[in-house]
Design a protein. Structure first.
Length: 214
């Protein structure tokens, strides 16, 4: 296969996945409830702000939908279409991951101002490997219990997934390669950058916390 065909197939997959990732579920859920989620709370369209603004149930719905729009493009578009286009399902999945996360973070539907990419990234990574996502989920939960800050939990979990994959790769355990490790590192870096305002508030001790149940 020529480089031109490879790139053409990859860009096509990424482009389709981008349109799926650009579906702004948080914004649509807000509109369904008569509010513009971008004008409330942190003004973010992600599940955390939906939960704060509309309640736990709607926050969970948003998380699941954002998670699925990361997972399904990788499985359906990347795996299936990548095989059909002869660029290979593994590379097809990589292009699909890049496309759907880019769509969520920079959606054309909302003037390229989207969410922070945590739920969608988890779904996308789960489409190619399971253990880093499980590790990330456990790390997120433990961090949240200790800090009660979703942002802190998301930052630590984002960093833990590529670190776990790197350790497994060095120990030659599991099916990890340089390509998916590099991609996980890029995703983690993107999530951290998207949380830059949260990081500033955390350092100042001003970050919002979820209260403990009595």
């Amino acid at each position: 296969m020529s480089l031109q065909s490879f790139l053409g197939g990859g860009i096509c997959i990424a482009f389709i996945a981008y349109f799926v990732g650009s579906i702004p579920f948080g914004y649509l859920i807000g509109k369904l409830n008569g509010v513009d989620i971008r004008r409330h709370g942190s003004k973010n369209i992600g599940a955390t702000n939906v939960r704060r603004t509309l309640g736990k149930d709607w926050g969970m719905v948003c998380f699941v939908l954002d998670f699925l729009k990361g997972l399904l493009p990788v499985i359906v578009i990347g795996n299936w279409l990548g095989g059909r286009m002869a660029i290979g399902s593994e590379w097809g999945e990589m292009f699909a991951i890049a496309g759907t996360i880019a769509g969520h973070v920079f959606p054309y539907t909302l003037d390229f101002k989207g969410g922070k990419g945590v739920a969608t990234s988890l779904g996308a990574i789960l489409g190619v490997t399971v253990m880093p996502v499980i590790v990330g989920a456990v790390v997120w939960y433990i961090t949240f219990l200790r800090t009660r800050m979703v942002s802190m939990a998301s930052l630590v979990a984002a960093a833990s997934m590529p670190l776990f994959a790197i350790v497994m790769f060095l120990l030659d355990l599991g099916d990890y390669n340089v390509a998916n490790i590099v991609l996980m590192c890029i995703i983690a870096a993107l999530i951290i950058v998207r949380h830059k305002d949260n990081i500033k508030r955390i350092r100042k001790g001003q970050e919002s916390k979820f209260s403990r149940k009595k």
